[in-house]
Design a protein around this ligand. Sequence first.
Ligand SMILES: NC(=O)c1ccc[n+]([C@@H]2O[C@H](COP(=O)([O-])OP(=O)(O)OC[C@H]3O[C@@H](n4cnc5c(N)ncnc54)[C@H](O)[C@@H]3O)[C@@H](O)[C@H]2O)c1
Length: 333
Amino acid sequence: MKKILITGGAGYIGSHAVKHFLEKGLAVVVFDNFSRGYREALEILKKIGDLSVVEGDLLNPSDLQKLFSQHEIESVLHFAAFCLVNESMEEPELYFRNNVIGSFNLFEAMRQNNVKNIVFSSTCAVYGESQYLPLDEKHPTNASNPYGESKLLTERILRWYGEIHDFHYTILRYFNVCGAASDGLIGDSKKPSQLLMQNAVRGALGIEPFAFTCPQVNTPDGTPIRDYIDVEDLVRAHALALDYLKQGGKNDTINLGNGSGYSVKQIVSKVEEITETTISKKEVEPRKGEYAAVYADIKKATDLLKWQPQKSLKDSVLSLKKWYQNFPNGYSH
Ligand SMILES: NC(=O)c1ccc[n+]([C@@H]2O[C@H](COP(=O)([O-])OP(=O)(O)OC[C@H]3O[C@@H](n4cnc5c(N)ncnc54)[C@H](O)[C@@H]3O)[C@@H](O)[C@H]2O)c1
């Protein structure tokens, strides 16, 4: 049986994609080096369906050759990457090596094994500071950190593989991803998470104090405005993107967000309201490489993929609450 390859399937978003495709009855192979992902997530997911796991590193082409020789792969969802803006401002070399060279190695392994369908996880960080809002896909790209730049470089490589090697691709530029599986089975296990809503819910449940990591920016309440998309809405868009490619849809770049912006302070208040708690807050060193406001124009996703976000902020907060109640300390390994 031909399989869907999910790179980074042991990570936060990748594991939700694995769950989604297994629940649809499809066979999945995960490729992950477990540098930032969790084996336990895959052990849980193996109970759902036909899941194979190959431990390997994108930076090691022989690991990729082994993967493609052992499994018949039809399409690729490429999540594996490092994705911490702040870390990328301190160690840019990590980002260019892992994200750009790692992705290039994957594209080469695909080319050599005649696998041409790929959905690539990109980010709104490729746009940098917004020149207008909401941001559509034509907005100039001007990444303000090496993480965003590494994704932009990878997008460019992929475009040439489309042009010259007949790759069929969709580049999905995600905005801020939040939430967990609505059944509480899997979620984001980072401790603390790098993601605002995750940390606010952890704070609300008293798992650890909440820290404002954002810099002071030029917005009405002085905190950054972002667009929050639920992880289950996000992975559903990947399934639609694969269908679109298989039906002959053209290579394209598509934003995935909710289409509205919330400031950091607004999200924290929402979490307090939904969980009926007051979150204890501490101040820490602000992150570097952040910008004031971004939120997405999602018309292209609606038109091409026939996709609409279905989850509200409340749904995301409640799914996180369920996940952290089930796994207050995240996965054990
Ligand atoms: N989380 C967000 O809000 C967000 C927003 C925009 C884009 N993205 C993109 O979505 C993707 C997934 O993000 P996430 O939040 O799930 O991250 P994550 O860190 O939870 O997962 C990444 C996974 O990739 C694996 N990995 C990393 N480098 C690897 C390598 N060289 N070889 C094999 N495996 C490797 C890690 O072990 C991990 O399991 C990333 O590409 C990220 O850039 C995430």
